[in-house]
Ligand binder design. Structure first.
Ligand code: PHB
Length: 390
């Protein structure tokens, strides 16, 4: 006892340095394979946040440990999350590009006493699976609801919907249908494609045959979306006047050079554009561009990760570095800040991010580079999908 008191006094005399801890954050995402660029953007967002805010929270040092799940693979995601908790003793789990990878980990959070901060996975229901989930990305309900109004305002009455057949695709299909029918429009056909689909020509034929004036589409960003938009352009749908309506996953900035002039004018709704005009975004793009090496590779998962780190830093601050998952999560309920994407807040009920959704159009700058140009703002959007998720 006496020795403990002496040690404590010595520690205080040394500025408490003796008690400093390393707080480990385990980040799961696609860091190799076809979706590696999305994981690279997680890392760029994390590195940018730590470069701008330091590696320390109070006296504790933050250490990020990465684990690779190249494609949606819930079993692998769960095994790696367990390994991070048991062997690495991480206090936080974060990342999760694909919905199934996040869903698979929610059952272990409570026993592990670890919060999960989702940097991307966008199915509304994930936050209902555990009170320890907080999300800093978006949901496809959030991004696909406003595009239904855009389609209707463009005078389109009949749309065919085409989505990847898993959580965020089904949510996007439902969100678009609900929004479009509210505007008096009609979804004439709803196609769900396996996530592994990479030949889109047969789908393009079905779209043409449907007689719809427009197509609503959602696929997870990556080689999938690039292939889909290319097929839309190359199979003559664009030239036939069949309009494409989609959330911004389909025009992520890193894909724009490969899509070229064919994508010019394409309108999408999304929570973030690299071109967003604000001081916060300029600072973020500079730091994340430096972190990723080639700024042309920057895309939206970087901002989800950057804001996710902000939430984790606030959690560490609120718990004084102690492992208390519920206290950490409670501390960020209602937290608001100015993100590179604009003003945001963590909704205290859902623990999902409230944010502006922007209508953007693919444009070409005076420097010859393609970008998503923000042309309209739908302010302070919560997640309309939560009612459906319950
Ligand atoms: C998801 O799996 O939740 C997901 C992945 C990529 C996206 C959107 C949603 O672009």
């Amino acid at each position: 006892m006496k020795r403990f008191v002496l040690a404590a006094i010595a520690a205080v005399a040394l500025g408490g340095a003796a008690y400093a801890d390393t707080i480990k954050v385990g980040v799961i995402g696609p860091f190799s394979g076809p979706f590696a660029l999305q994981g690279k953007n997680f890392k760029a967002g994390i590195d940018a946040y730590m470069a701008m805010n330091g590696k320390k929270v109070g006296k504790d040092e933050v250490e990020v440990i990465y684990r690779d799940v190249p494609q949606a693979d819930p079993a692998q995601s769960k095994a790696l999350a367990q390994e991070l908790v048991v062997k690495e003793k991480v206090q936080y789990l974060a990342g999760f590009y694909f919905t199934p990878d996040a869903m698979a980990v929610t059952p272990i959070l409570k026993q592990a006493n670890v919060p999960m901060v989702i940097f991307n996975a966008a199915t509304s229901a994930i936050v209902t699976k555990s009170p320890l989930v907080v999300r800093t990305s978006f949901t496809t309900w959030q991004t696909s609801t406003p595009i239904a109004k855009v389609a209707s305002d463009a005078g389109v009455k009949k749309v065919i919907s085409v989505v990847s057949d898993y959580g965020p695709g089904v949510d996007a299909e439902n969100a678009f249908k609900a929004g479009f029918e509210k505007q008096g429009g009609q979804v004439v056909q709803a196609i769900r494609m396996p996530l592994s689909t990479n030949d889109f020509s047969p789908i393009m034929q079905r779209i043409k045959d449907s007689g719809a004036q427009g197509v609503f589409a959602f696929l997870p960003s990556g080689p999938t979306t690039l292939g889909f938009v290319k097929a839309y352009n190359e199979n003559g749908l664009k030239s036939a006047g069949i309009k494409l309506f989609a959330p911004g996953d389909l025009t992520q900035e890193s894909d724009l050079p490969a899509l070229g002039d064919a994508a010019l004018g394409m309108q999408t709704t999304f929570h973030y554009a690299i071109s967003h005009d604000s001081a916060e975004n300029k600072a973020f793009v500079a730091a994340a561009g430096k972190a990723i090496g080639n700024p042309a590779e920057l895309t939206f998962p970087a901002v989800g990760a950057f804001d996710g780190m902000h939430v984790i830093y606030k959690m560490i601050e609120a718990t004084g570095g102690k492992q208390d998952a519920q206290k950490a999560v409670d501390a960020v309920k209602g937290l608001s800040w100015v993100s590179p994407r604009g003003p945001v807040a963590i909704d205290p009920e859902s623990r999902h991010i409230t944010q502006n959704i922007y209508l953007r159009e693919v444009a070409k700058g005076s420097d010859g580079k393609y970008y998503n140009k923000e042309i309209q703002t739908f302010e302070k959007q919560g997640d309309p999908g939560l009612a459906a998720a319950k």
